[in-house]
Design a protein around this ligand. Structure first.
Ligand code: AMP
Length: 281
C-alpha cells in the first residue's frame, strides 16, 4: 500500500491508475479505523481495481474543541488495517497542506442541515462539505463510499454532489454494528465499560421504533423509543425523531410513504453518539 501526504502525490497516483485504464474508489475517514470503515474499503475494492482511503481529522467539522482534542489517533494501526482490507493508497495530508491557498466557501445546503445534527452542531456540515470537496479535488475518484451511520451527512453529500455537478458518484453503505447492536464509531473508544454497556440502549430504542413504525401513529412510535432510552437515566437524549427517507424532514404522519428513517443522538459519558435506522412499511 502506498502512503502519500501531499495533494500532488495523490493526484499523480490517481492519474497513474487512470492511465492504466482502471477505476478508482475512495473512502474518506478521520482515522481510528474500525470494521465500519474497513467494510467501506472492502466494498470499494469489490467494485474498483484501485482504492484510495484518506485519513484527515477535519477541524472544520468539530464544534466542540474538547471532542477534537480527544479524537482518537492511531496512524500505525490504521495503516496495517487498511493494507489488510485491500486499500491501495492512503492519503494522510497535514491540515496546513489542505488549508493552504483554500478559503472555505459557504454552500447552499438546501435546508438539509436544519434538523437533527444541524442545530446541535452549527457549521459542522459546511465543514464536512468543504473538506470532502478538497479531498475529491485531489483524489478525483470515480466513486466515493460513505456510511449510512452518518445518515444526514450522506444525504447532504448526495445533494451537494448533484447541485455542484461533482463527477464523483456518492454511494451509501449499511451501518456496521457490534454484536450487541451498538453502531461502531471511533468515539466508542472513549467509553468506559459501564458507558459502553449503556450505549447499547440507542439501538434498542431504534429497534423498538422500527417495530411500531407504520402501525402506530408517528408520535406514539417516537415516544415508545424515547421511553426505552429513559431506562438508562444517565444517557441524555439530544434528539430522537422520525424523518422522511430522502429529505430527512421530520414527520408527523407516515402518509403513504413506504419507508422513513429514525434518528437518534445522545450523550453517553464523555461522548455524543448518533445512530439511525431505516423504517420499512
Ligand atoms: P469517520 O472516520 O467517522 O469520519 O467516518 C468515515 C466514514 O466511515 C463515514 O462515511 C462514516 O459514515 C463511515 N462509518 C463510520 N462508522 C461506520 C459504521 N459503523 N458502519 C458503516 N460506516 C461507518
Amino acid at each position: 500500500m502506498d502512503f502519500v501526504t501531499s495533494p500532488p502525490a495523490i493526484a499523480e497516483w490517481t492519474s497513474r491508475a487512470r492511465r492504466t485504464g482502471v477505476s478508482v474508489g475512495f473512502v474518506p475517514t478521520m482515522g481510528a479505523l474500525h470494521e465500519g470503515h474497513l467494510d467501506l474499503v472492502r466494498r470499494a475494492k469489490s467494485i474498483h481495481p484501485k482504492v484510495a482511503c484518506s485519513i484527515f481529522i477535519n477541524p472544520l467539522q468539530f464544534n466542540n474543541p474538547d471532542d477534537l482534542k480527544h479524537y482518537p489517533r492511531q496512524m500505525d494501526q490504521d495503516r496495517t488495517l487498511l493494507l489488510d482490507a485491500g486499500c491501495d493508497v492512503l492519503f494522510a495530508p497535514e491540515k496546513e497542506v489542505i488549508f493552504a491557498a483554500f478559503t472555505p466557501r459557504k454552500y447552499d445546503l438546501g435546508g438539509l442541515d436544519e434538523h437533527w445534527e444541524g442545530p446541535s452542531r452549527p457549521g459542522h456540515f459546511q465543514g464536512v462539505v468543504n473538506v470532502v470537496e478538497r479531498l475529491f479535488h485531489y483524489v478525483r475518484p470515480d466513486e466515493a463510499f460513505f456510511g449510512e451511520k452518518d445518515r444526514q451527512q450522506l444525504t447532504l453529500l448526495r445533494h451537494i454532489a448533484k447541485q455542484e455537478r461533482w463527477p464523483e458518484r456518492v454511494t451509501g453503505c449499511p451501518t456496521v454494528r457490534a454484536t450487541d447492536g451498538l453502531a461502531l464509531s471511533s468515539r466508542n473508544a472513549r467509553l468506559n465499560a459501564i458507558e459502553r454497556s449503556q450505549a447499547t440502549i440507542l439501538y434498542k430504542a431504534l429497534q423498538r421504533l422500527s417495530s411500531l413504525a407504520f402501525n402506530s401513529p408517528v408520535e406514539t412510535a417516537r415516544q415508545a423509543g424515547i421511553a426505552v432510552i429513559s431506562e438508562e437515566p444517565s444517557v441524555v437524549v439530544d434528539y430522537f425523531g422520525i424523518a422522511d427517507h430522502d429529505t430527512l424532514e421530520p414527520l408527523t404522519t407516515w402518509g403513504d410513504r413506504d419507508r422513513a428513517v429514525g434518528l437518534v443522538a445522545a450523550q453517553v459519558g464523555p461522548v455524543r453518539l448518533i445512530d439511525n435506522i431505516t423504517l420499512l412499511r
